[in-house]
Ligand binder design. Structure first.
Ligand code: PMP
Length: 354
């Protein structure tokens, strides 16, 4: 227990991010980053001239970038809010739209940060169990008179539900905000973004960290009704008005200008995903169907924790959780074909006892 910290945080369990090894000797498939560098346009944009302007604060409204996002997605500038990673956006969501009278619900197996934010703000929250095969049943979220957070595709499972089912959740909880976390939407899923024009209680949250190869830049964005965007701005301007740094605004604007590059990379990731699932299946693995840039998979012949440790010893980092319901599984980021071949070869060696 801390000597100085407020007692209200005594029971808070902080989020534990995936390991970021400093030696970079590993084939790193543990935090769902892109294996591809940012586009050439990003390299060109983050230049000496931009660095020379770092003595100046960034645009607190990020207007140029919001204009570019507005064009790309066919929504108004007033429908877009920028955050320092979607993690910051989630933080603002829990702070702004949930309290003792507005409980929040999310799946029991999902992004591990949701219960941490709920704990940080001491919120009443419900973790709704997934169904058989880690399926999310949308009916479990209808008419629950509660704020809702759903990652779609879900993490760490990779499973997605269609926009029609999300619409039912949004429609049947009209007094509360529903946040759909689409961090992994650009790897084959269907976005529910068009629904923001019909429902004023929906926030769609996306990120530059995965599809746009900019995890180190820290940029997330929310799209929703202007009233919700104004609420998020109220929180932002009460915490950190310059939440996005200058270089990230510049890099992100260049990334939007080179969308085709990222679409092509996503195609490669989707091919590598199918390739990896098939190769692991030949080794006896069972993999949850994924529409994300990762897979959730288990091998009946070896416990998840053991396989994780053995892969690590052979230089391949993946993600494993000890929570009983998912302890058999590994979450493996889909990287380049070369990285996946190393994963598959090392796994085969481990299964042969080598
Ligand atoms: N949502 C989900 C479901 C995630 O898996 C992640 C990545 N850990 C995030 C949000 C946060 O991503 P970022 O803050 O890098 O945008």
């Amino acid at each position: 227990m801390s000597r100085f910290m407020s007692r209200r945080f005594d029971d808070l369990e902080a989020y534990v991010p995936g390991e970021q090894p400093r030696d970079m000797q590993y084939v790193k498939l543990n935090t769902n980053e892109s294996p591809f560098p940012p586009s050439p346009a990003v390299f060109a944009a983050v230049n000496e001239e931009e660095v020379s302007r770092l003595n100046l604060y960034p645009d607190p409204e990020g207007l140029l970038l919001r204009q570019k996002l507005s064009k790309l997605y066919g929504v108004g500038v007033e429908n877009i809010f920028l955050a320092n990673g979607s993690d910051e956006l989630l933080n603002f969501f829990f702070m702004a739209f949930c309290d003792a009278h507005r409980p929040v619900a999310f799946p029991d197996i999902s992004y591990g940060f949701y219960p941490v934010y709920a704990g940080l703000y001491n919120l009443p929250y419900t973790q709704i169990p997934l169904r058989e095969g880690f399926r999310l049943s949308y009916q479990d979220y209808c008419h629950i008179d509660s704020s809702v957070v759903i990652a779609n595709p879900n993490a760490p499972t990779g499973r997605a539900i269609p926009p029609e089912e999300i619409e039912e959740i949004v429609r049947t909880n009209p007094r509360h905000v529903v946040l759909i976390d689409e961090a992994y939407i650009d790897f084959g899923g269907e976005s529910c973004l068009p629904l923001i024009h019909r429902y004023s209680n929906l926030i769609v949250c996306q990120t530059f960290s995965k599809f746009r190869s900019l995890a180190g830049g820290r940029l997330g964005y929310a799209m929703g009704h202007p009233e919700l965007i104004a609420d998020l701005n109220k929180i932002k301007y009460s915490t950190n008005s310059y939440n996005i740094n200058r270089l990230t605004l510049t890099a992100a604007a260049a990334a939007i200008d080179s969308n085709d590059y990222y679409v092509q990379n996503s195609r490669i990731i989707q091919e590598n995903r199918a390739y990896t699932v098939a190769a692991l299946e030949r080794l006896g693995f069972e993999t949850v169907p994924s529409l994300a840039n990762f897979i959730f998979t288990r091998c009946p012949a070896i416990p998840g924790g053991t396989l994780y440790e053995k892969l690590r010893a052979k230089g391949v980092l993946v993600r494993h959780w000890t929570k009983p319901a998912i302890a058999d599984y590994l979450r493996i980021t889909i990287g380049s074909r070369e990285q996946m071949d190393v994963l598959i070869q090392r796994t085969a060696e481990i299964l042969r006892g080598e």
